[in-house]
Design a protein around this ligand. Structure first.
Ligand code: CP
Length: 308
């Protein structure tokens, strides 16, 4: 592997290798004084974020530092992009500073793939438009694997704004490759055209999806992309597609709940579900475990792509 821009064409053995290596790093991360071999000591990684991020950016930075790599933090608003510099010129100038890899977050779908044609260095997609967010899906699958041992035959549905979601796309590709049964649950206006061609189940009734599933990946309603315009009202969305304690109590079905973050509390997920880390109740929230796992998974990606 030289680049990681998506899971669409990543073969099973590559995904399994990344998840197995992440498990080794996770074990060390949970010790009192984690110590890692500095396998990336001479490497310099540009964290080129043209769009805001909390979890992805910081966890890549921590992952790089654990492996001994140096990082250059780049945000579009504080760079010469604000003076009109193009994406291509920005990448070429960073490469001229002897950067070994680019971690790219960009609002445009396809930006990461485009950059693989501009630079000779490794490119890791940290989320591009509504295209893919491969390391998020890897950490979601890693978290499910930690709980269930395997994804083979596991029933997982993705809930909410599928249309705008790069997380949904990467998870669909990755989970199908690992043998999970994947379903979507969404208002019809937030389903991308052609979804049924992927051979996955579609639910428009959330209760039915919960009854079917072992786990749910709840998506953020992307209000900054005017998602509200696809819905009669946010209140109505919360009633029909919001994952709440009341709904799970009524159905009496235990569900493992994931969410990539950031969350819109009381819209796609209630606080009681999001924060229910230790049940009793009918849900277990894995949200913060996902964030910790993000470090291990991103260490595995950096090590695989960059170690000599
Ligand atoms: N899940 C995720 O990508 O979060 P950030 O936007 O904070 O990186």
């Amino acid at each position: 592997m030289k680049h990681l821009t998506g899971l669409c064409e990543l073969p099973l053995h590559e995904i399994q290798h990344l998840l197995d290596l992440a498990a080794v790093f996770k074990k060390e991360l949970t010790t009192k004084a984690p110590a890692f071999a500095p396998t990336l000591l001479s490497k310099r990684i540009a964290l080129a974020f043209f769009e805001n991020s909390t979890r992805t950016r910081f966890s890549f930075e921590i992952a790089a530092k654990h492996l001994g790599a140096g990082t250059l933090n780049f945000t579009a608003s504080s760079s010469s992009v604000s003076k009109g510099e193009t994406l291509g010129d920005t990448i070429r100038n960073l490469e001229a500073m002897q950067v070994d890899a680019f971690v790219i977050r960009h609002p445009s779908s396809g930006a990461a793939d485009l950059i693989t044609g501009i630079t000779s260095k490794s490119v890791i997609n940290a989320g591009d438009g509504s295209h893919e967010h491969p390391t998020q899906a890897l950490l979601d699958m890693f978290t499910l694997k930690e709980h269930f041992g395997s994804l083979k035959g596991l029933n997982v549905f993705i809930l909410g704004d599928i249309l705008h979601s790069r997380v949904a796309r990467s998870n669909i590709f990755g989970m199908l490759t690992l043998g999970a049964n994947v379903a979507l649950c969404s208002p019809s206006t937030l389903l991308p055209p052609g979804t049924s061609a992927l051979g996955i189940r579609i639910f428009t009734d959330l209760d039915q999806a919960i009854q079917w599933a072992d786990a749910a990946i709840v998506l953020r309603l992307q209000l900054e992309r005017a998602t509200g315009g696809y819905l009669p009202s946010l209140g109505e969305y919360a009633v029909h597609f919001g994952l709440s304690d009341e709904r799970l109590d009524r159905i009496r079905k235990h569900l493992l709940v994931l969410h990539p973050g950031p969350i819109n509390r009381e819209i796609e997920i209630s606080s009681r579900v999001a924060d229910r880390i230790q049940p009793p109740g009918y849900s277990s929230s894995l949200l913060l475990q996902q964030v910790t796992n993000g470090i291990a998974v991103r260490m595995a990606v950096l090590q695989t792509l960059l170690a000599e």
